[in-house]
Design a protein around this ligand. Structure first.
Ligand SMILES: *Cc1c(COP(=O)(O)O)cnc(C)c1O
Length: 402
């Protein structure tokens, strides 16, 4: 920043000196307006793009709703106690999601860490302070299925637990022992495991073992916000920044009152615990609540129809080019939204790598996902009017390749 510009910004901040007392209140909105007018993405030359790919973390996942930004902006002007924000917001979120209690975490991954930590420590301060050393804990094993053993298990092993991987019901029964602390279920991998939710829960209940489920990207449908709580999972973990369109670095931990209370003892504002680095600020906690409220009150049927319309717009444009085919599918779990797969035969002379590069480097830049030899598109992260742009750009590139 040039010195002159720096002074301009300083003049509207409390650091400026003598004028502070009288102008600080009035200056704040002015500073916000100046910051908004600044357009940092353009100023720093950061590429922005139309997201026809989906809620990918690397692509910043989703765009927050105006109500969320409003909540962030207004709460940012007030000091409050962080715990009180969690208390009040937690009650509201729990009521929406049919859980006894809830907390806003720094994403689904953080919900998995804190939920597991809470199960291991309860409210015992000594245990909280010793994690991730679980060597002297009576219970320090977590059981999961082989088909559910993906990278996300790192969230649990971060607490120090030993994962115990099973494949069959018989193996599960043999694996349960006095050291079993928790049973973990990865919802998106349901079909990759031999044991389904009901059986998993029945075994856990029989032995008095708590259960945790990762449903990070499994909304929509909206009912999933409460389905797994109703089903009997003790802890449910969800991403806040995917289809819920809350802050990207926020998530939800829902579940039993005692376990949420224990999870909170492993998290800020308290230190001396493994969750200290998983801080969520008041703005994000409140923004997450508003995002959830807005999502639940959305007309999901109308939204689905709009998605189908967008898919049809793109589909009909690309199919005008001989050799291009399309298929629409809806993944049953995770990113449950109309997904358009576009493939082409050898009449169309372009690789999917070249196509996605051309879309990326075009104006406006567009992101799609490569899939096999074709590309995959979703439309739920598009802004109004963008489906037409995507349709035109794809038509342009396919036409140029024949
Ligand atoms: C995205 C995702 C996570 C991580 O969620 P964050 O909100 O980014 O922390 C965990 N598990 C699954 C299955 C996911 O898809």
């Amino acid at each position: 920043m040039k010195r002159r510009e720096a002074l301009k910004y300083l003049s509207v901040t409390p650091l400026a000196g003598g004028i502070v007392a009288t102008t600080a209140k009035a200056a704040a909105p002015e500073a916000i307006a100046a910051a908004r007018a600044r357009g940092l993405v353009e100023e720093l030359g950061i590429r922005s793009f139309i997201n026809a790919a989906g809620t990918y973390t690397a692509m910043t996942a989703s765009l927050m709703q105006p109500e969320v930004i409003q909540a962030i902006q207004t709460s940012s002007r007030k000091f409050v106690m962080l715990d009180e924000v969690q208390d009040k917001v937690g009650e509201k979120i729990a009521a929406i999601c049919h859980s006894e209690a809830a907390m806003v975490t720094a994403g689904c991954w953080s919900a998995l860490v804190l939920g597991t930590a809470g199960v291991l420590t309860g409210t015992d301060q000594e245990k909280i302070a010793q994690l991730p050393d679980v060597s002297n804990l009576e219970k320090n094993e977590v059981i999961l299925q082989k088909g559910h053993n993906h990278g996300y298990i790192h969230a649990l092993t971060n607490t120090g637990i030993k994962p115990v991987v099973v494949e069959t019901s018989a193996e599960l029964e043999r694996a349960v022992n006095s050291k079993t602390a928790l049973m973990y279920f990865l919802n998106e991998s349901t079909m990759h495991g031999k044991i389904l939710h009901e059986e998993w829960l029945a075994v856990a209940k029989k032995h008095g073992i708590p259960t945790i489920i990762d449903i990070a990207a499994d909304i929509p449908p909206v009912e999933n916000l409460w389905k797994y709580n109703d089903m009997g999972f003790d802890l449910v973990c969800i991403s806040g920044g995917k289809a819920l369109k809350g802050p990207q670095s926020a998530g939800l931990l829902l579940g039993r009152k005692d376990l949420i209370a224990a999870a909170r003892l492993n998290a800020p504002p308290r230190g001396g615990n493994i969750g200290r680095g998983m801080k969520v600020n008041k703005e994000e906690i409140l923004g997450m609540y508003v995002a959830l409220e807005k999502y639940v009150n959305t007309d999901h049927e109308a939204e689905w129809k709009e998605w189908e319309k967008r898919v049809a717009t793109i589909e009909s444009a690309v199919k005008q080019v001989a050799g291009v085919s399309t298929q629409v599918t809806v993944p049953p779990i995770a990113n449950h939204t109309p997904t358009l797969t576009i493939t082409w035969d050898n009449r169309v002379k372009i690789t999917n790598r070249d196509l996605s590069e051309k879309l990326r480097n075009g104006n406006p830049s567009i992101e799609v996902m490569r899939n096999g030899d074709g590309v995959n598109l979703t439309v739920f992260m598009l802004e109004p009017g963008e489906a037409e742009i995507v349709a035109n750009r794809l038509h342009e590139e396919f036409s140029a390749a024949v």
